[in-house]
Write a protein that binds this ligand. Sequence first.
Ligand SMILES: [Zn+2]
Length: 325
Amino acid sequence: MISIKKKSRSVYPIIVPTSYGNVGTINSYILNDGDSLSLVDAGIHTEKYKDALITTLAANGYQISDLSRILLTHHHEDHVGLVNWVLQKKDIPVYAHHEAIPRLMVEREFLVMRKNFFTELYISMGCIEEAQPRLKKLQQTIEHKNEHALQTIIRPLGEGDSILGMKVLETPGHSADSISFYDEERQWLLAGDVVLKTTSSNAIVDPDLKGNRLHTVRQHKESLIRLQQLDVEYLFAGHQEIIEDHQNVISKKLDKIQHKANRLYSVIKEGTYLPKEIAQNLYRHKYNTEFSLVMSEVIGYLDYLEEDGHLKKSLQNGVWHYNAQ
Ligand SMILES: [Zn+2]
């Protein structure tokens, strides 16, 4: 993979094909600012990914011990996989958004809150039976939390901060802690999973640190609009190709969000009131095979439409019913 160079800085992309999900590749990037090397995201925990990191460093004359810091765009496992492995070789600072901290440190109190949040959510959406495997998984994470935690203290970043001359932009939606790093001078944007070239990066329902449900579809849409307005030559994405026409790509993502919202609205307008039935109607067998992603989409779009006044909800026997307005 060719490195990208501008004004005495370089980016060495690590783009590794994967069978993980439908994302195609898992990407991370080494940023050489002329004085030091930063690893932006840390891939997945596999031998193949370790090799890719070592090989990319070596191709440019470096090794793991030359890394000075790790920057994380968000906490998902395909972006933080090698953090502990790198830290074992060299103890370097790790930076992430403050919302990432309890998630990456696998803090018990946070995990318990999150499990309760999802239990209540699935009850109120009328799908608690189908949710049992997901809830079991959340419970297992609580019980095995020490195996997952990052072995370091994370340094928090947020809106208004800058690091290595790059602006930190909060771009939530895909996850509560999604941030992008913007090098305005070079028109480089390291944006994690906010926008991917070919597949849509979904907004995933989650509570914030206080346990409030985030309106993730709206957040994601606003983050996309924000990034679209920036001058960008290269958008270094968390998966798939590096994007060179980000305004175009983002326009398509925004159209898709509108299309999905319209589709969900018509299903409700035609008389499907219950979230579970809306999900089954729209996603068929995927409702069972990809339960948590499907419900996440449906809930995200229900919130989105309700907030805009297109839907009204009422609680009947503890389950929300939605009506088109
Ligand atoms: Zn990802």
